[in-house]
Design a protein around this ligand. Structure first.
Ligand code: BGP
Length: 469
């Protein structure tokens, strides 16, 4: 739809940027922190590990000062459970509390709103050893951890995100790391874990409303619309199948209190449905988020399954992310979009389209918690000319403004990433930040921070509240 006049970004729009603890902090075993699954999992040897990352744990003051110079109104980061409760439950680590209090105070000093993700892939390893998310005890542990967070930081944090990309954890667990021995859980086990994550999330949302009535809380999911490869109705059904299984099934449970009907039928039919205990339904129905946080990177084109070996394929040659399922859908190519150097589809209109779908389905404010382009940035004479990032984010912001004009309530935009971080499964060469961190895959150098061209560009966008886009 074209408009004579587009709506401006709201005056209190949360212009922000994101990171996550294990990808940015480093200090993996300092000040009482215990190992998380990320620290213990196997990751491809050709990439950097997460032990030092961008050393944000030690340099957060310098980094947040740069975020202030960038003009950020919000900083979305995650808290490492392993710093707060090193044993997963039980004794609270005062050094962990102090660290995040300092980070929040430092943000507030510059009027930067801290947006806190409670769980970004990094389960304490000691809980994994006791069964991880496959065990109902982990639900209790998460509630205990959440209670500590709400009690300690409730006055400092207005926006809480429960779990980052639960759908990635369940659908593509290999992208987050391989358990020792390399064996991933079965699909059946994963959907049982999913059920426990849903219960944990519901209990924590309810607790947040009780303990911090002025705060807002919601899930952070990776959401993306799916296109049928052709107007063949069979392709349309397949695209819908995958959109439901990939996206709506994960957002319906927190919002409506039960699984998407099509997804539930799929789970029953394939013997994948989780064991639901007495009282579970009440727990799921008893909580509701205040917002939907959305990570958006790219869309996909989908065709009907043909029932042959080619139904399943690796996304952009990345063996950790397999797409397609016989009898459900098959990944296809979209000739109308460009791709990043890592083969990810670039689709700003798909951003608008996805936002429309999210809002018409849930009628909840949307906070963009990730969006960005991973690229092998080049440092030349202390400068990084990342015009592709300026172009990518600029196009997505224009699409976002159109979505706002369409009537979608969007309260903020926190692209990935505030500064360079270690990619989840593709190391340090693949960079996302506005601030360059001078280290290589294995040579840590001095980790000097340098402003990329996109830094100055985003600074201006924020200054003008997006008016010049
Ligand atoms: C999301 C994760 C982030 C981040 C991002 C980029 O799925 O929430 O933690 O890593 O993707 O992905 P990658 O690092 O694999 O390029």
């Amino acid at each position: 739809m074209f408009y004579e006049k587009e709506k401006p970004f709201p005056s209190d729009f949360l212009w922000g940027a994101s990171t996550s603890a294990y990808q940015v902090e480093g200090a993996w075993d300092e000040d009482g922190k215990s190992p998380s699954i990320i620290d213990q999992y196997e990751h491809p040897k050709e990439y950097a590990d997460f032990k030092v990352a961008s050393d944000h744990y030690h340099r957060y003051k310098e980094d947040i000062r740069l975020f202030a110079e960038l003009g950020l109104k919000a900083y979305r980061f995650s808290i490492a459970w392993t710093r707060i409760l090193p044993m997963g439950t039980g004794p609270v680590n005062p050094a962990g509390i102090r660290h995040y209090e300092d980070v929040m105070d430092e943000c507030r000093k510059y009027n930067i709103e801290p947006i806190v993700t409670m769980y970004h892939f990094d389960l304490p390893y000691c809980l994994e050893e006791k069964g991880g998310w496959g065990s109902r005890e982990t639900i209790e542990a998460f509630v205990e951890y959440a209670k500590v967070l709400f009690e300690q930081f409730g006055k400092k944090v207005k926006y809480w995100l429960t779990i980052n990309e639960q759908n990635t954890m369940i659908l593509h667990p290999g992208a987050i790391g391989l358990p020792k021995g390399g064996k991933l859980p079965s699909k059946k086990e994963l959907y049982q874990q999913n059920h426990h994550l849903m219960l944990a999330q519901a209990r924590v949302m309810k607790l947040c409303h009780e303990l911090c009535p002025d705060s807002k809380i919601g899930p952070a999911l990776n959401l993306a619309a799916m296109y049928p490869e052709t107007c063949n109705p069979k392709d349309a059904i397949a695209a819908h199948n995958w959109e439901v299984l990939r996206c709506w099934n994960f957002a319906d449970v927190p919002v409506f209190g039960w699984y998407h009907p099509l997804a539930w039928q799929y789970l029953l039919d394939r013997g994948l449905a989780p064991k639901v205990e007495e009282g579970d339904k009440e727990i799921l129905k008893g909580a509701r988020p205040d917002l939907i946080a959305m990570n958006y990177y790219s869309t996909a084109a989908i065709a009907a399954s043909r029932g042959d070996a080619l139904d399943v394929s690796a996304r952009a040659g990345d063996q950790q992310i397999m797409l397609g399922e016989t009898g459900v859908y098959r990944a296809a190519d979209n000739p109308y979009v460009e791709k990043t150097k890592y083969g990810w589809v670039i689709d700003p209109s798909g951003f608008r389209y996805t936002l429309r779908k999210v809002y018409e389905r849930y009628h909840l404010p949307v906070l963009i918690t990730e969006n960005g382009i991973g690229a092998p940035d080049v440092l030349e004479d202390g400068q990084v000319h990342d015009d592709y990032r300026i172009d990518f984010i600029g196009q997505h912001l224009k699409a976002l403004r159109l979505a706002i004009t369409d009537g979608v309530e969007v309260i903020g935009y926190c692209p990935w990433a505030a500064l360079d971080v270690v990619s989840t499964h593709q190391g340090y060469k693949k960079r996302y930040g506005f601030i360059y961190v001078d280290r290589d895959e294995f040579d840590l150098k001095e980790m000097k921070r340098m402003k990329k061209d996109s830094f100055y560009w985003y600074q201006k966008v924020i200054e003008e509240n997006g008016a010049g886009l």
